[in-house]
Design a protein around this ligand. Structure first.
Ligand SMILES: Nc1nc2c(ncn2[C@@H]2O[C@H](COP(=O)(O)OP(=O)(O)OP(=O)(O)O)[C@@H](O)[C@H]2O)c(=O)[nH]1
Ligand SMILES: [Zn+2]
Length: 300
C-alpha cells in the first residue's frame, strides 16, 4: 500500500535529522530518503508519513533562494525561502558596519528584502551616534526601524505588520538584543527550541542550530540562526558581487570598458563616483575585499 504523502516545511535540522512542520500544526521527525539530504531550514518538502511520528523526505520543492553561512572557513547552506532579512543592531554595544554591508550583499544577490532594526533606543546617550552610523545604509534605500526589545508589546506592534505573511531571517551580532527581540515576538521560542533539540538528539548543538518559528498571528515565520557570524559569500561570481552593490549600477554605465572591475581602470564611472563622494569609501573597500576573498578561494 502506498504511504500517505504530505507537504511540510523544515523547521529544524541536525545532520540527517529533520523536523518538518505540517499544515495541521503537527511536526514529524524526518530522514532523507537518499544518501544525500540537502534540505535546509525553511525548505518546503514532500514527505511520506511513517509510523510513530516519523517521515521520509522524498523531495525538496523548488526554492526561491538559499543562503549560506560561513562556518570555520567553509560555506554551509543554512536557510531557504527567505523573504526578508532583518538585521538587528543596537545603540550599544557598537555594531560592525561591515557585517551589515555583507548581509546586504547576500540579500541583494539572492533577491531578498532587507530591514535594519536599531534596538535599545531607550539608551538615549548613544542614540544620535548610532543613527548617524546607519545613515550610509539609509542612503542606499534600506529601511531602518527603531525598537526597544525589552518592551515586548511595543516591539510586536512595530514589527508584526512588517513580518506579515513573510519568512524573515533574524540576524544580529552578539549583544545586540536578538534573543530579547525573538522572545518578544515568539514568547514560547525557548520551549520550542528545547523540544526540537530533544527530538533531534542534538542537545549540545542547540546554541548553533538554525530554527524556524511560526508566528501564526501574522501568518509569518521567523528564522533564528544562533552563533551566526557572517554570510558565506564565496559562491558569488564577480558579477554577483557587483550586483550586491546597487549604488554602482548608475555610475558603472559610464565605465569606459564594458568588463571594468572598478578597481583601477581608467575612465571608471564607479571610481569617479567614489572620488566625488557619491559612493561611500567603506562600501567600495568591501567590494574589493569580497572580490579578493573569492579570487583567493578559486585557486584551491
Ligand atoms: N536597554 C536595553 N537593553 C536591551 C534591550 N534589548 C536587549 N537588551 C539587553 O541587551 C543585552 C543583550 O541582549 P540579548 O537579547 O541577550 O542579546 P543577543 O543579541 O541575543 O546576544 P547573544 O545572546 O550574545 O547572541 C541583555 O542584557 C538585554 O537585556 C533594549 O531594548 N534596551
Ligand atoms: Zn568601472
Amino acid at each position: 500500500m502506498a504511504e500517505a504523502q504530505r507537504i511540510g516545511r523544515v523547521v529544524a535540522a541536525h545532520g540527517r535529522h529533520f523536523i518538518v512542520a505540517l499544515d495541521d500544526g503537527t511536526t514529524r521527525h524526518c530522514f532523507p530518503r537518499g544518501k544525500k539530504s540537502g534540505a535546509s531550514v525553511g525548505d518546503h518538502v514532500r514527505i511520506s508519513l511513517q509510523g510513530s511520528g516519523e517521515g521520509a523526505i522524498d523531495e525538496i520543492l523548488e526554492r526561491r533562494n538559499l543562503l549560506y553561512r560561513s562556518d570555520q572557513m567553509r560555506s554551509k547552506q543554512f536557510a531557504a525561502n527567505i523573504d526578508l532579512i532583518a538585521i538587528v543592531v543596537a545603540v550599544e554595544p557598537s555594531f560592525s558596519e561591515e557585517l551589515v554591508s555583507r548581509a546586504l550583499v547576500a540579500a541583494e544577490t539572492a533577491d531578498i528584502d532587507t530591514l535594519v532594526l536599531l534596538n535599545k533606543v531607550d539608551l538615549a546617550d548613544g542614540l544620535a551616534a548610532a543613527r548617524e552610523r546607519l545613515e550610509i545604509f539609509r542612503k542606499l534605500g534600506v529601511r531602518v526601524l527603531e525598537v526597544c526589545a525589552v518592551d515586548a508589546e511595543a516591539t510586536r506592534g512595530i514589527l508584526l505588520p512588517e513580518l506579515r505573511s513573510r519568512t524573515t531571517l533574524l540576524l544580529g551580532q552578539s549583544g545586540m538584543g536578538k534573543s530579547t527581540l525573538l522572545n518578544a515576538l515568539v514568547p514560547d521560542a525557548q520551549a520550542a527550541t528545547r523540544d526540537y533539540s530533544t527530538a533531534l538528539d542534538a542537545g549540545r548543538h542547540t546554541t548553533t542550530s538554525t530554527r524556524l518559528y511560526a508566528l501564526p498571528e501574522a501568518d509569518a515565520a521567523l528564522i533564528d540562526s544562533p552563533g551566526f557570524q557572517s554570510f558565506g559569500l564565496l559562491h558569488l561570481s564577480p558579477g554577483d558581487i557587483e550586483r550586491g552593490f546597487p549604488e554602482f549600477s548608475g555610475p558603472k554605465a559610464h565605465c569606459r570598458f564594458y568588463n571594468c572591475s572598478h578597481r583601477n581602470e581608467p575612465g571608471c564611472g564607479v571610481l569617479a563616483a567614489l572620488s566625488q563622494g557619491d559612493i561611500a569609501a567603506q562600501r567600495h573597500a568591501l567590494y574589493l575585499k569580497l572580490l579578493d576573498e573569492n579570487a583567493s578561494q578559486a585557486r584551491y
